[in-house]
Design a protein around this ligand. Structure first.
Ligand SMILES: [Mn+2]
Length: 337
């Protein structure tokens, strides 16, 4: 239990807690294409560590997405290592692998890394590792750490943590929103989390250019007889409307929503000519297994990978990986138990 009644706790890893108590400076590290879970987690823990008198730096090798700029301290996120001391501890959030942090953080040695994550197959790449694969968001683990450190959940911390839950459960739509998730969300609202601000920013605010790209992408979508709904976002389409990848968050969900769709696949062309693949499942098929065949990863119902172009190549590999996984599941379903 955190000191002001928010559920949290059961976390007793003495080495991790000692790390936060004994070190002086912490660098909060986000993965590429940051989302509400990774930024909310880093900002929440940063706020708590600052309340303990620690020196905190927020690092992101990217811009803070527009719809997350309401988060407390998000204006302090920096793209450089200015002010980082040689004995700083780097806290990596929401990453199964250090490489998810991008090239800018590749140099950080494991001895200086705390790894806090909820992805399946986390590589335990830090000196300190706190991984709970069953949790809905990395923010749940961060709450446990803050509670174990005896810090109160301030309204600012509560807003950051509720953002992690709302972001990773799709506003409590996904099956990872379980009773304890809803109870935790209620407790965070109770101590001052601004639920209306979060949902307005994350789910009710879209750029006009992003909506145009969504329309074109749905128009071009293909629905296969075996339950795959896929589409592609080219660089040219983004450029036509002045949209960025940030504007595409909802697109794969719109494909998945098609009634006959079991697996949705969206290929987004990157400036380097590679394709970023997003996969979503209705629940029967494990898209993480399909993503792994393409050197990606994620969760059962939401996963991704990066594929080299050209497009026909990326698309055929995607469909082959998804179909292999679908066939395996169909065979498993038919097997006598
Ligand atoms: Mn997450």
């Amino acid at each position: 239990m955190a000191s002001n009644g928010v559920p949290g706790g059961g976390f007793t890893d003495a080495a991790v807690l000692a790390c936060f108590r004994e070190h002086g400076q912490f660098v909060m590290c986000a993965h590429e294409k940051p989302d509400g879970d990774v930024l909310g987690s880093g900002l929440a823990l940063g706020l708590a560590l600052k309340a303990m008198g620690k020196d905190v730096i927020y690092f992101l090798d990217d811009e803070v997405p527009k719809n997350l700029r309401f988060l407390p301290d998000s204006d302090l996120v920096q793209r450089s290592f200015e002010g980082v001391k040689s004995d700083a501890v780097f806290v990596f959030f929401d990453m199964s692998d250090q490489s998810r942090a991008g090239e800018a953080l590749g140099w950080v040695p494991p001895e200086q890394i705390v790894n806090i994550d909820h992805h399946l197959g986390n590589k335990r790449f830090g000196r300190w590792n706190y991984v709970l694969e069953a949790e809905a968001a990395t923010g749940v683990l961060v709450l446990n750490v803050i509670a174990a450190l005896g810090q109160p959940i301030t309204p600012g911390i509560a807003t950051c943590l509720l953002t992690t839950l709302i972001s990773d459960t799709g506003c409590f739509l996904y099956s990872n929103a379980r009773p304890q998730t809803l109870r935790l969300a209620a407790a965070l609202v109770n101590v001052g989390a601004d639920k209306d601000l979060i949902t307005e920013q994350l789910y009710q605010t879209r750029s006009f250019s992003g909506q145009k790209v969504l329309g074109r992408t749905l128009d071009a979508a293909v629905m296969t007889d075996d339950g795959i709904c896929y589409s592609v976002v080219s660089r040219a389409l983004l450029e036509e409307f002045g949209a960025t990848h940030e504007d595409l968050e909802d697109v794969v969900g719109a494909l998945r929503a098609v009634d006959r769709c079991e697996v949705a696949a969206l290929l987004k062309e990157s400036p380097d000519g590679n394709y970023r693949l997003s996969l979503r499942s209705r629940g029967r098929f494990n898209v993480m297994a399909a993503a792994k065949k393409l050197d990606g990863g994620g969760h059962f119902r939401a996963a991704g990978a990066t594929l080299p172009g050209p497009l026909p190549n990326a698309l055929s590999r995607t469909l082959a990986a998804v179909r292999t996984e679908m066939a395996a599941q169909i065979a498993a379903d038919r097997a006598p138990t």
